[in-house]
Design a protein around this ligand. Structure first.
Ligand SMILES: Cc1cc2nc3c(=O)[nH]c(=O)nc-3n(C[C@H](O)[C@H](O)[C@H](O)COP(=O)(O)O)c2cc1C
Length: 163
């Protein structure tokens, strides 16, 4: 059975939740799935395909996602890979927003099939600086779960078509 890793770089948990939604759809579609934090991972050799996502902070793709690509570039280049970012604190679809430079570099480096941007989430009670200050004006959940799930269904379709 095709085994898929869904790895994420997330500081406040909303990108982890997106990874969970993706994992759920892939599992519903009959794929074997592991959803894991990208932090600390050094090997993706046990998986047939990888979905890797990261939050965007200060215009940069999450460092845990970037580190996984750096550590596992060779293995990733040999597998089908899909990338996503989650960030903008506004409703987005792919036409509006370019992925952060780090995700675009990763796409080129490993030959990822797609590199999409989903809206992000900042809770009104976010703690710490400058998140708490930002939350006063920019808080909200701009994740479009249905769009995420549709993207995951397309991934499942591609993987199952490839056998
Ligand atoms: C301090 C801070 C800086 C941020 N910078 C950006 C940014 O440059 N671009 C962007 O699209 N989103 C930015 N965001 C929004 C986050 O990407 C968004 O809240 C995301 O969903 C966080 O994911 P996480 O909960 O998995 O950490 C920022 C959020 C915070 C709190």
């Amino acid at each position: 059975m095709t085994k898929v890793l869904v790895a994420y770089g997330s500081t406040r948990g909303s990108t982890r939740e997106i990874a969970g939604w993706i994992g759920q759809v892939l599992a519903e579609q009959g794929l074997e799935v592991e959803v894991r934090a990208a932090a600390g991972m050094k090997d993706v050799g046990g998986y047939d395909a990888v979905v890797l996502g990261g939050a965007v902070y200060y215009g940069r793709w999450h460092r845990h996602a970037r580190t996984l690509v750096r550590r596992c570039a060779g293995q990733l280049a040999q597998r089908p890979v899909w990338l996503f970012s989650s960030g903008p604190l506004q409703r987005v679809d792919d036409r509006d927003v370019s992925p952060p430079a780090g995700a675009e570099r990763a796409r080129r480096r490993v030959g990822a099939r797609e590199n999409v941007v989903f809206g992000g989430c900042l809770r009104a009670d976010a703690k710490g600086f400058p998140a708490a200050t930002m939350a006063k004006t920019a808080a909200g959940d701009f994740r479009d779960a249905e769009r995420v799930r549709a993207w995951a269904r397309d991934i499942a379709y591609d993987l199952k078509a490839a056998g």
